[in-house]
Design a protein around this ligand. Structure first.
Ligand code: ADP
Ligand code: TZD
Length: 578
């Protein structure tokens, strides 16, 4: 029985944040503890949330972002104020750029002191700094607003075009108390956080008409298509229309790369030759040469190649961002692709399959390029090069199609992307739209935590260095992650020399013969040093089988590799002086 003298049951900011997250199905937080969020991490763990604690916030942020990509739920990254927040910001910004849903929750210092710039511990106006770098930014000052703050952050992250959201929680908020029942009532379980967006029927019809009239149609699948988890319908659309398709890097495996309609091995032929291109969750940004120029058959790098474009995208502003989009279809990919399929099935006369001339010409190029590549892959040079090493990785993924491949570097990235076939959706996670180094270990940790599947991270030695300390995290949580460092002694390669003859090595050169495998051993994981494809195969197979944290230092010919990998054209000095 309650009496007037009995104090009401209270809750506080800590518990309201945790309860709000749990209420919305958030079961994992990636972060790094410290003032003022240490207790939040402890209490979250005590409340049954999995808290994965990192060695640097950028890696926690990258983990959250890729968890968001894999699950369609916002990945949560939790950081301390100012420096921790800033460390997380690169990942938040990268998530926004890549359309990955994540929420960076950061503790912050006292508003009154920050606003008067009186020099608080880790003082910084974080909300103002985060705003231009994310999709939305919110601050909660009162415990009773926590429910609304978290609901708004979740909706902003996953609805429409997904992206990064910042949620600022000043230190004082956590200790604020309120009546427990009122607190519970203030929380919001978000209903339909990423509502379907149905495309307009006339937009679908316009797109179908254009596609139907095409002589040399092409479909480009982007990571938006992978994110959408409309795998069966996307495959049905590709197969029903019979149109050849190109997967962008993270869309590899949406259909198996070995699919007969994949035109990946004839990319440089199909882009300039296609007359109608349907983009599904792919932007015409630099990765597709902005839809114009020589890649697309234009005469100079600014010229339009003459293609007509259909673009399926959730963002109504995406169309025309680089070249004219003749048939924009705005909506979520699941709904758009279903509508296209619906339209096709109602066509009385059936769908006209692309001409045998077009398909035959593509097959011819494919066969030629695949045969050429097979020849290169079969070589066994000493020292091992990217190709002979990747021949092994290719077999390993083929026999372990559920394994997740994380990939970063320059040559290590480009060669892996083109050589290693993927067989299932969302199994290839890489540097994305920015080509950012440093995603490796954060992505690997999250991929293992979220999926429980073995993770193989193919890393350039430079790329690995950006997040390498997280091998401790991998060991601490005993994650089934096998890191393969392609060690060619430097950025791009290891042979540059200091032209002055001075004692400093060239800016791209690292310590020669470094033993990255020892790093993993330092924390109790398995370290292996390999110099041949046979040794590499044995080591990766053992790692996948044992699920033990493993780092393989794979020695690659230090002369192998080109500057900037395949994007040499963007490097101002490329083609001039080597
Ligand atoms: P890629 O780098 O693979 O070419 P991008 O990141 O450039 O892919 O493009 C992804 C596109 O997918 C973005 O324009 C984004 O708006 C869109 N997108 C993301 N999720 C969805 C979805 N569920 N439905 C429709 N479009 C989506
Ligand atoms: N910093 C960040 C955050 N992102 C970047 N992309 C770069 C720097 C520049 N950069 C690249 O674009 S690739 C690369 C750097 C430093 C590393 C390439 O060397 P690697 O790979 O050893 O990782 P390869 O296989 O030796 O080419």
């Amino acid at each position: 029985m309650t009496t007037d003298t009995q104090s009401p049951e209270l809750t506080d900011g800590f518990h309201l944040v945790i309860d709000a997250l749990k209420l919305n199905g958030i079961d994992t937080i990636f972060g790094l503890p410290g003032i003022p969020i240490t207790d939040l991490t402890r209490k979250a763990q005590a409340a049954g949330i999995r808290v994965i604690s990192f060695r640097h916030e950028q890696n926690a942020g990258n983990a959250a972002a890729i968890a968001g990509f894999m699950t369609q739920k916002p990945g949560i990254c939790l950081t301390v104020s100012a420096p921790g927040f800033l460390n997380g910001l690169t990942a938040l910004s990268n998530a926004t750029t890549n359309c990955f849903p994540m929420i960076l929750i950061s503790g912050s210092s006292e508003r009154e002191i920050v606003d008067l710039q009186q020099g608080d511990y880790e003082e910084m106006d974080q909300l103002a700094i985060a705003k231009p770098l994310c999709k939305a930014a919110f601050r909660v000052l009162h415990a009773e607003d926590i429910g609304v703050g978290i609901a708004r952050a979740i909706r902003a992250a996953v609805s429409g075009r997904p992206g990064g959201v910042y949620l600022d929680l000043p230190a004082k908020l956590f200790a604020q108390t309120m009546d427990a029942a009122a607190g519970k009532a203030s929380l919001i379980q978000v209903v339909d956080p990423a509502p379907r967006q149905i495309p307009a029927p006339d937009a679908v019809q316009r797109a179908l008409n254009l596609l139907k009239g095409a002589k040399r149609p092409l479909i480009v699948l982007g990571k938006g298509a992978a994110y959408a988890q409309a795998d069966a319908d996307i495959r049905a659309l590709v197969e029903k229309t019979g149109i050849p398709y190109l997967p962008m890097s993270m869309a590899k495996g949406l259909l198996p790369d070995t699919h007969p309609q994949s035109a990946a091995a004839a990319r440089s032929y199909v882009l300039p030759e296609a007359d109608v291109v349907m983009l599904i969750g792919a932007r015409l940004n630099w990765l597709l040469s902005h839809g114009k120029g020589k890649t697309w058959g234009g005469k100079s790098h600014k010229d339009w190649g003459g293609q007509k474009f259909i673009q399926i995208d959730i963002s109504p502003q995406e169309a025309d961002s680089n070249v004219r989009i003749d048939a924009p279809v705005v909506g979520d990919i699941g709904s758009c692709v279903a509508a296209m399929l619906g339209g096709i099935s109602t066509m009385g006369s059936g769908w006209p399959k692309p001409s045998p001339d077009w398909l035959g010409a593509i097959d011819e190029r494919k066969d030629r390029n695949i045969a050429k590549m097979a020849e290169t892959l079969a070589k066994n040079p000493v020292p091992m090069n990217f190709h002979s090493a990747l021949n092994v990785m290719r077999d390993i993924i083929k026999t372990n199609p559920d394994a997740i491949l994380v990939n970063e570097g320059a040559n290590a990235l480009d060669f892996t992307r083109s050589i290693v076939d993927m067989y299932k959706p969302r199994k290839r996670l890489d540097v994305g739209t920015w080509g950012v180094m440093g995603i490796g270990m954060g992505f690997a940790v999250a991929a293992a935590v979220v999926s429980g599947q073995p993770v193989i991270a193919v890393e350039g030695d430079s790329a690995f260095g950006f997040s390498g300390m997280e091998v401790e995290t991998i060991c601490r949580y005993n994650l089934p992650v096998c890191v393969v460092v392609f060690n060619n002694n430097g950025v791009y390669r290891g042979t540059d020399v200091n032209p002055t003859g001075g004692p400093d090595v060239a800016p791209t050169v690292f310590v020669k013969g470094a033993r990255y495998d020892k790093l993993m051993e330092a924390f109790g994981g398995v370290g292996v040093h390999v110099t041949t494809p046979a040794e590499l195969r044995k080591a990766v197979e053992a790692a996948v089988r044992s699920r033990k944290p493993t780092l393989i230092n794979a020695v690659i010919d230090e002369t192998a590799g080109t500057e900037s990998g395949r994007i040499t054209s963007l490097n101002p000095t490329s083609g001039k002086k080597k």
